[in-house]
Design a binder for this molecule. Structure first.
Ligand code: NAD
Length: 267
C-alpha cells in the first residue's frame, strides 16, 4: 500500500523525460497513484505516450491550455475515464523567447498576454474544471520560481507571471477551501529542462545557484518528493503556501565570501 493507493490525478506539463512534471509523476506513481497525462500539442505525443506507458498510464490526451474548448473537451474525457479526481499537477509555463532576455522595459503587450495566459490563467481554468470532480476534497500543486519575488535578470515577464501564479494559488486556496480542496505551489531551484533552456544565461545561473545554495542544485526527484508530500494526506490543511525546494538558495542574502572576487577597497 502506497501513500496514493486508490487515488487518481492528472499531470499537466510533461514534455520529455527531463520535465519536472515527469519527476513528480514518478514520485506519485511509486506511491501507488493512478495517473493521467495531458500534453500541449501533437508534436509532444511521441515523447509523452511512451513515458506514460512505462508507468501503466493509459489516459494521455492533448490539451492546449490557451483554448477553453480544448480544456472543456479534455475534462469531458477525464470524467468519462476517471469518474473522480483526487489531485492535479500544474507544470505549465511559456513566454515567447524574445521576452526571456534583454531589457524588461521592452516587454511587449503580446508577450505579457501570452506569458500570463499560459503560465498563470491556465491554473485557474484547470482548477475550475477539476473542482467538480474532486468529490469530497482534493489537492492541487503548481510550479513557481524565485523570480516571482526577487529580480532574476532575464526571467523578465515570467517573473511577473509567476507572481500572478502565486497570488492565484492563494485565492484558489481560499475559494476551494470550502470544497476541501488544497492548493499549493512549489518554488523550485533551477533545473535543466526544455523551458529553462529558453531563459538567456540559464546555464550560468544554474552553476551560480549550485555554488551559493547551502545544499547546491536540486533535481526533478527532489521536486517530485515535495509535490507528493503536498498532494498527500500528510499535508492535510496546508493550503495557499509556496514551498521552496531550492537547496536553500532563497535564504541567502549574499554568497559566501570565498565565492566573491576581491574588490578594489578590500584586500
Ligand atoms: P518543461 O519544458 O519540461 O515543461 C513546461 C511544460 O509547459 C511543457 O510540457 C509544455 O508543453 C507546457 N506548455 C507550454 N505551453 C502550453 C500550452 N499552451 N498548453 C499546455 N501546455 C503547455 O519545463 P519544466 O522546467 O519542467 O517546467 C515545468 C514548470 O516548472 C513550469 O511552470 C516552470 O516555470 C516551472 N519551474 C521550472 C524551473 C526550472 O528551472 N526548470 C524552476 C522553477 C519552476
Amino acid at each position: 500500500m502506497g501513500l496514493f493507493s486508490g487515488k487518481k490525478g492528472l499531470v499537466f506539463g510533461v514534455a520529455n523525460k527531463n520535465s519536472i512534471a515527469w519527476g513528480i509523476a514518478q514520485a506519485l506513481h511509486s506511491e501507488g497513484a493512478e495517473l493521467g497525462f495531458s500534453y500541449a500539442g501533437e508534436i509532444l505525443k511521441k515523447r509523452v505516450e511512451p513515458l506514460a506507458e512505462s508507468i501503466g498510464a493509459s489516459f494521455v490526451e492533448e490539451c492546449d491550455v490557451t483554448s477553453d474548448e480544448a480544456i472543456d473537451s479534455l475534462f469531458v474525457k477525464v470524467e468519462a475515464h476517471f469518474g473522480k479526481l483526487d489531485f492535479l499537477v500544474h507544470c505549465i509555463a511559456f513566454a515567447p523567447s524574445e521576452e526571456l532576455g534583454g531589457r524588461f522595459v521592452n516587454t511587449s503587450r503580446n508577450g505579457f498576454r501570452i506569458a500570463l495566459d499560459i503560465s498563470c490563467y491556465s491554473l485557474i481554468a484547470l482548477a475550475r474544471r477539476a473542482q467538480p470532480l474532486m468529490l469530497g476534497g482534493g489537492a492541487m500543486v503548481a510550479l513557481t520560481y524565485f523570480g516571482a519575488e526577487k529580480v532574476t535578470p532575464n526571467y523578465n515577464v515570467m517573473g511577473v507571471a509567476k507572481a500572478a501564479l502565486e497570488a492565484s494559488v492563494r485565492y484558489l486556496a481560499w475559494d476551494l477551501g470550502k470544497d476541501n480542496i488544497r492548493v499549493n505551489a512549489i518554488s523550485a531551484g533551477p533545473i535543466k529542462t526544455l523551458a529553462a533552456s529558453g531563459v538567456s544565461g540559464f546555464r550560468k545561473s544554474l552553476a551560480y545557484v549550485g555554488k551559493v545554495a547551502p545544499m547546491g542544485n536540486v533535481d526533478q526527484e527532489d521536486v517530485g518528493q515535495a509535490a507528493a508530500f503536498l498532494l498527500s494526506d500528510h499535508a492535510t490543511r496546508i493550503t495557499g503556501e509556496v514551498l521552496y525546494v531550492d537547496g536553500g538558495y532563497n535564504i541567502m542574502g549574499a554568497p559566501d565570501p570565498s565565492l566573491m572576487d576581491g574588490d578594489a577597497k578590500g584586500e
